[in-house]
Structure formats: structure tokens, C-alpha cells
Design a protein around this ligand. Structure first.
Ligand code: GDP
Length: 527
């Protein structure tokens, strides 16, 4: 029996879940990803996730810097099937040093999983990544990890979500005991108890109960934990937020799950609930209104470009998020910015480190396109239209370095490299007033290292970076901008398009400048 096209499209779109895991390094993202892939039967990949971190001599051709440091500089995509769903996990760099790439990858996700270490609570990187998701209003699901260790009180953790991130929460389950005494969780939705069993807590037993008053709960939890558990659950019922599906969809309420990734505890329940609640690919905004994923016309946008995955070939891969229609290998599409028709003949999909050729793909999927240097971040590819998806956001840089070229004779190459990297969105360039010194701004330290490496490897130029004390950049909109006003703990510079930008050494310096210039506007990004 052959299905007609619209029905097939609908099925393909409805089964897709595309998400990113946001967390601070060490919270357990690699471990959780690995477990999720195992549930999806993608065992071949599971070792790869770990391997990428541990092995310094990965067989593949990831960027040299990535191999040297044993970290993932740029994000890739992992795909697996579970229970009739097609799951795409967008991998965001787990290292302390992240970049705008990390932020941009989040625009390709339809939802996010926020992973939190139960002992550490909300950490800096989680907070930054959360804010990007928040701006987009996508659903956020929380997994509180490492419950097998002594952690913070679960109420304190929820309080922290609200205080630090400003998001309300609904615990889907609740821990019974913690640390060495962690017995399991009470599942509020399914009214069942999930237990850690055996000496190594590796066996999991699920017992259906009628509610938390059920005598079985007391029997299972034991006298010691029972009173506390009942008190907690009653408090949640009385004072906690009710479950509200719409608020979950709009990212105002986060469903919270407690578990332990390394012990595979609570991961499957989490996955199943997540797949149930997480959104399917939704319409995306474009210059010609919303583009429906079910539209038969293919469309997508480039959210990331990765260069030199194989230094020998100097190739670049443009990562495209499919927004509508069906992708078929060899299809012709319009590359809207330059207004050219191109043939997508050599798309590659990234399953951890392995490259596979993709024959077809649907909205929510990510494909990697071989890029001979024609793509830019934010580019739209589409069939039968002439629209562009809303420009990707740029993020205010937080780290700044003065950059000079060591060999003045290489200045032309230097400029070419800087232009190229600016275009890719790796760095932002500023120039000082008068002296015309070049200052680079980035979101994460790693971007400076990538810059140094690539300038040398691709353009044969050695650069010298001199870190500056600035922490904030604000685009200033004012009738008459006076450089003299920005001399103390700050500096006036210009961006690529000659907009005035002030760099500040501290939040205090920034606040006082704002106070002293009440008529001026200070913007986080270029106007
Ligand atoms: P990532 O940096 O976020 O990718 O974190 P990893 O997955 O590499 O985990 C960091 C460390 O935490 C590793 O030593 C893991 O073994 C450990 N870890 C992960 N999940 C758990 C957990 O549920 N309980 C405990 N005790 N340790 C965990």
C-alpha cells in the first residue's frame, strides 16, 4: 500500500523530536546522551560519544584542535529511533569554552533538555544557554542528575530554577531518599514507584500504587523516608504549580525529572515522557510569513558552518536545519541570498563521528552540506519561493583581544582570514577610533584559539592576541557620540559597519555610563 504524499509528510513530521541538551560541563551530558542512544539501539554510536572525549587519536578527521584537546569544538547531530519517534539530538560543545556556534545550534532545536547536577544546581553555562532558549520560547525539560550522590534539597533546586532562571517547574517525579540512601522516585504522573534495587542499585523495579497514601509506598520507602516523602508530596500538591501543558509548550513551566544518568536510573521514564510532551517541528518565521513544515516545498537554513573537518581537503560543511518539505539527494533548490539555483548532490549527515550520505530527510532533521565556500550562516535554501528565514541572532561578545599580525608582509592574507571568519560568525571585529587598532570580540575563549589555529592553518598567518579587560560591548545610539566620555574603564570603538560601540570593563562602568548618558541607547547587539 502506498501512502499519498501529504499523509506520509505528516507522519514523518509528527514523529520527529529535535532537541539540544543544555548543561554546564561535568553535569553528565555525555553520559545521558550515551544512555539515550542506547535506548534508541544506536549502540554503535554510544561508544563513540565517550570515545570522542577520551581518545586523543580519533580515527576521524575532526579539526586538529579538537583532537589535541579531546573535546568537541563544534556541534554535531545524533539521530535514533525510539518507540515510533525519530529523535535528533543536537550536540552542543560540553567544554567550558563555548562559542556563538553553541548558541546558534540552539536555534535549530525545537526543545531543550536542561541537565543539572543535583549537588551544584544551576551553573553559569546552563544559565547562559537557558537564556538563549528562553528568548525563543521553546519548551525546556529538566533532568536533575547524580541523585545517587549527596545533593541539594530538591525544593532548594526548584527554588533555584525559579530564582536564578525565572522559570517555574513541575516535578514529574520526586526522589525517595538521596545519595547513598537514594531508594528511587515516586512518579506523580503515573502514580507509581520506581525503585533502585540490589547492592549496586542497578536493578530497577516499578510498582504501581493508588497514590502516595498507598501502604505499599510506606513499605517501599521505609519508615525513615516515608514521612519526609509524604510531607514533600503534599506540599507540592498544595503549594506547587499545577501541571499545565500550554505553559510547558511556551517554555514558562519546566517538567522536572530526578535521576541518575550513570546508573541509567530514570532515563527511560524521562525519555518516554519527553517524547510525549516535546513539540514536533513547528512553523518557522520567514520574510514571507510562517513556513509550515508540512508544506511540500522544501526549505531550510544554515545555522552553522564547520571548516576544515578534514584539513587535507580544506572542505567546509554547512549544517542545514530542514524547516519544511522533503529533502531528496540531488534535488535543486534556490540559494536565496545570492539568488542562485544549486543542486544538493552531496549531503552528509553526522552520526557522531561517522559521515553517512543521506538520501532523504524531513523537517526537524539536520543535514550537512558540502560547502565549497558559497554558504554563510543564516542562508536560506528553498524550493518554489523567494523568502529568507529570520536572521539568526548574534550574541553580545564578552571576551576581547587586540589582534596584530606577526609578519607585516602577510597583512593581505591576514585581512582575508579575518573577513572570512567574521563572515562565518566565528568572531566580531572592532576598530579603535584614531589608531585603527583591531579588536576581536568573542563569546567563548575557545573561539580565540580556533582563530589562531585557523589563521595559521588556512591562511599561513601567525597572529598575536593580547587580551583586554573588557567584559561587555554595547552598541550606542546617540545624536553626538563623544569619545571623551568613554575613557575610564571603557573605550569607544566602531564595528564593521561603522556603528559606535562602547566596550566596558565592568558592569559598574557600564551602569554609570548609562546613568551619565540618559538620552543614549545602549544595545546588546548591532542595531
Ligand atoms: P559532561 O561534561 O556533561 O559531558 O559530563 P560527563 O557525562 O562526562 O560526566 C561527568 C562526570 O560525572 C563523569 O565522571 C561521569 O561518570 C559522572 N556522572 C554522570 N552521571 C552521573 C550520575 O548519575 N551519578 C554520578 N555519581 N556520577 C555521574
Amino acid at each position: 500500500m502506498s501512502m499519498n504524499m501529504p499523509q506520509k509528510m505528516q507522519e514523518e513530521v509528527e514523529k520527529r523530536r529535535t532537541f539540544a541538551i543544555i548543561s554546564h560541563p561535568d553535569a553528565g551530558k555525555t553520559t545521558l546522551t550515551e544512555k539515550l542512544l542506547l535506548f534508541g539501539g544506536a549502540i554503535r554510536l554510544a561508544g563513540t560519544v565517550k570515545g570522542r572525549k577520551a581518545s586523543k587519536h580519533a580515527t576521524s578527521d575532526w579539526m586538529e584542535i579538537e583532537k589535541q584537546r579531546g573535546i568537541s569544538v563544534t556541534s554535531s547531530v545524533m539521530q535514533f529511533d525510539y518507540d515510533g519517534h525519530r529523535v535528533n539530538i543536537l550536540d552542543t560543545p560540553g567544554h567550558q569554552d563555548f562559542s556563538e556556534d553553541t548558541y546558534r545550534t540552539l536555534t535549530a532545536a525545537d526543545s531543550a533538555v536542561m541537565l543539572i547536577d543535583s549537588a551544584k544546581g544551576v551553573e553559569l553555562q546552563t544559565k547562559k544557554l537557558f537564556q538563549v532558549c528562553r528568548k525563543r520560547g521553546i519548551p525546556i525539560f529538566t533532568f536533575i542528575n547524580k541523585m545517587d550522590r549527596e545533593g541539594q534539597n530538591p525544593f532548594e533546586l526548584l527554588e533555584e530554577l525559579e530564582q536564578v532562571l525565572g522559570i517555574r517547574s513541575y516535578p514529574m517525579n520526586w526522589p525517595i531518599g538521596s545519595g547513598k540512601q537514594f531508594r528511587g522516585v515516586y512518579d506523580r504522573q503515573q502514580t507509581q514507584v520506581e525503585l533502585f534495587q540490589g547492592d549496586d542499585h542497578k536493578m530497577i523495579e516499578v510498582r504501581k500504587v493508588s497514590g502516595y497514601e498507598d501502604p505499599l509506598v510506606k513499605e517501599i520507602a521505609g519508615e525513615f523516608f516515608y514521612d519526609q516523602l509524604i510531607q514533600d508530596l503534599e506540599l507540592l500538591d498544595v503549594a506547587g504549580d499545577p501541571f499545565d501543558y500550554e505553559k510547558v509548550q511556551s517554555g514558562e513551566l519546566t517538567p522536572v525529572f530526578f535521576g541518575s544518568a550513570i546508573n541509567n536510573f530514570g532515563v527511560q521514564t524521562f525519555l518516554e515522557n519527553f517524547l510525549e510532551l516535546a513539540p514536533i517541528p513547528t512553523p518557522r518565521r520567514s520574510t514571507q510569513g510562517d513556513i509550515d513544515p508540512l508544506s511540500e516545498q522544501f526549505s531550510g537554513y544554515v545555522f552553522k558552518i564547520q571548516a576544515n573537518m578534514n584539513p587535507a581537503h580544506r572542505d567546509r560543511i554547512a549544517f542545514l536545519r530542514i524547516c519544511s518539505g522533503k529533502f531528496e539527494r540531488g534535488m535543486s533548490v534556490k540559494h536565496v541570498r545570492p539568488g542562485k539555483d544549486i543542486k544538493l548532490a552531496q549531503p552528509q549527515q553526522f552520526l557522531a563521528q561517522d559521515r553517512d550520505i543521506v538520501e532523504e530527510a524531513y523537517p526537524g532533521d539536520i543535514i550537512g552540506l558540502f560547502d565549497p565556500g558559497i554558504f554563510r550562516i543564516g542562508d536560506t535554501l528553498c524550493q518554489g519561493g523567494n523568502y529568507e528565514f529570520d536572521e539568526l541572532p548574534t550574541f553580545s561578545p564578552e571576551l576581547f583581544s587586540k589582534v596584530t599580525v606577526k609578519n607585516a608582509l602577510k597583512h593581505k592574507q591576514f585581512q582575508k582570514g579575518i573577513d572570512q571568519l567574521t563572515e562565518e560568525g566565528t568572531i566580531q571585529v572592532f576598530r579603535t577610533i584614531g589608531f585603527d587598532d583591531m579588536i576581536l570580540g568573542v563569546v567563548g575563549q575557545l573561539q580565540f584559539e580556533v582563530l589562531e589555529y585557523r589563521m595559521k592553518a588556512e591562511y599561513g598567518v601567525e597572529v598575536q592576541l593580547q587580551r583586554m579587560n573588557f567584559q561587555f560591548a554595547r552598541w550606542i545610539v546617540d545624536k553626538d557620540v563623544d569619545p571623551a566620555k568613554f575613557r575610564i574603564n571603557s573605550q569607544l570603538v566602531k564595528d564593521k559597519k561603522n556603528n559606535f560601540v562602547v566596550l566596558f570593563e565592568s558592569e559598574y562602568a557600564m551602569r554609570s555610563a548609562m546613568d551619565k548618558n540618559p538620552t543614549a541607547q545602549f544595545l546588546e547587539n548591532a542595531p
